[in-house]
Design a protein around this ligand. Structure first.
Ligand SMILES: *Cc1c(COP(=O)(O)O)cnc(C)c1O
Length: 414
């Protein structure tokens, strides 16, 4: 079943979305989201949900978070006018610079937010999972800052692929635990972190890294990441003198995209475009584009769109970008896709690497390969819509990707 044939009242869901009705009491974004977890996890999630609703709006908590974001993370991050890309693409291109946030990507916004929340909840230790290592590094840094012990579960295969990030986490004081079960990558690491959390739900806090998982995680992560869109919207009005015609972001689990998009959802004149990992093609196993090619199903506590075969088996994914290589996507994106408020497309490995190279030479900025998918998509949009004002979410910097870039773009060059 594809999303077009999903039987829902799209008009009603759009109206509810614009009215801010989601997530509802049960943590649902329309038909998506919710909590599909074993009984043992329910009390911990209930307690977390209670903490989220009482602590997040608390003025003292907000003040502490804002102070950390300003003085430690380096917010607000700048909005940069991309002069040369604008000239080349025949468009007006603006970049929201999450690559300039501490630890090099947007992930720190969520990590410091949740670590502060964990402290308020009385947690004595933090567990986190990581795939490419970026969320592990952000979590380790946030925990060091707040004096909380941090354990990061990481697939054994990923530890080998992302050795520099393993070293960074260790320097930042985290214990990195290899996960040798399952697929030995992100999915297995999430399962292991959940298992750890269930064994001590009072003393331990599970710091989840994207807008996925059971309620209240997708909501909470959106709240912490929305700082991106709130800043970008105000900066566009101030620096460009207008809102963008289109706002573009890359989508893995969907946290940087929902953070950028959410403050624009009610601006119906602003088109929203998400780009997933198109990998090497449209076949099962060749990409990680759950919204473009997936079907509804349950993964890791949440009902959303997933890459699965006709028997419902979740599929292995492929992307040149480790941070986009996940078979599921956050439930709010599944809703936004269903009601057509956001359009999602896939950008393939090759065009994303080309876009990365173009951004480097045109703007003097090395984007993460994840972010380069948004650049590839933005370029496609610019060519089809000359003169449009485009805001790109530059989710992170590409220094971490040098080993991959050596093997691909730089092969034979150096
Ligand atoms: C992790 C990561 C992503 C993908 O995660 P989302 O939750 O979809 O944002 C994108 N860009 C960068 C730089 C990342 O590190």
């Amino acid at each position: 079943m594809r999303i077009e044939s999903f039987k829902v009242d799209r008009e009603a869901l759009l109206a509810q979305t614009l009215a801010g009705a989601f997530p509802d009491q049960r943590g649902r974004f329309g038909p998506f989201g919710g909590r599909y977890v074993p009984e043992t996890l329910v009390p911990a999630l209930d307690r977390l949900q209670e903490g989220v609703s009482s602590i997040l709006p608390d003025p003292a908590f907000r003040a502490e978070l804002e102070s950390e974001l300003r003085t430690w993370v380096g917010r607000p991050t700048p909005l940069t006018f991309a002069r040369e890309l604008s000239r080349r693409w025949g468009a007006e291109v603006w970049l929201k610079r999450e690559d300039l946030a501490h630890t090099g990507a947007h992930k720190i916004n969520n990590a410091i937010g949740q670590a502060l929340l964990a402290k308020r909840l009385g947690a004595k230790r933090i567990v986190a999972e990581t795939g490419a290592g970026q969320h592990g590094v952000a979590s380790a840094a946030a925990c060091a800052r707040l004096g909380l012990p941090c354990v990061v579960y990481m697939g054994a295969v990923d530890m080998e692929r992302q050795a520099p990030n393993v070293g960074r986490m260790k320097l930042l004081g985290a214990q990195v635990v290899p996960v040798t079960g399952g697929d030995q990558t992100l999915r297995a690491a999430i399962d292991e972190a959940l298992r750890d959390w269930v064994s001590d739900p009072d003393g331990t806090y599970y710091l989840l890294g994207s807008a996925v998982g059971p309620h209240p995680y997708p909501y909470m992560v959106r709240e912490f990441q929305s700082v991106i869109g709130v800043e970008a919207r105000a900066q566009m009005l101030e620096q460009a003198g207008a809102l963008p015609d289109v706002t573009v972001a890359c989508v893995g689990g969907g946290s940087n995209a929902i953070g950028l998009f959410h403050p624009f959802v009610r601006d119906l004149g602003v088109k929203l475009l998400g780009f997933e990992a198109g990998g090497t093609g449209t076949g099962l196993g060749q990409n990680a584009a759950s919204l473009a090619y997936g079907r509804p199903g349950v993964l890791q506590g949440c009902y959303s769109l997933l890459l699965q075969d006709e028997h419902g088996q979740v599929q292995e994914t492929h992307s040149v970008s480790a941070g986009l290589d996940y078979p599921g996507v956050g439930p709010e994106h599944a809703l936004l896709a269903t009601i057509g408020r956001v359009s999602y497309e896939a950008a393939e490995d090759g065009e994303s690497l080309e876009a990365l190279a173009e951004c480097c030479e045109a703007e003097g900025i090395l984007p993460a390969i994840e972010s380069a998918h948004a650049f590839a998509g933005a370029k496609r949009h610019a060519k089809a819509n000359p003169g449009s004002r485009i805001l790109i979410g530059l989710s992170g910097r590409g220094d971490k990707d040098m080993p991959t870039l050596q093997r691909t773009l730089l092969k034979g060059v150096l």
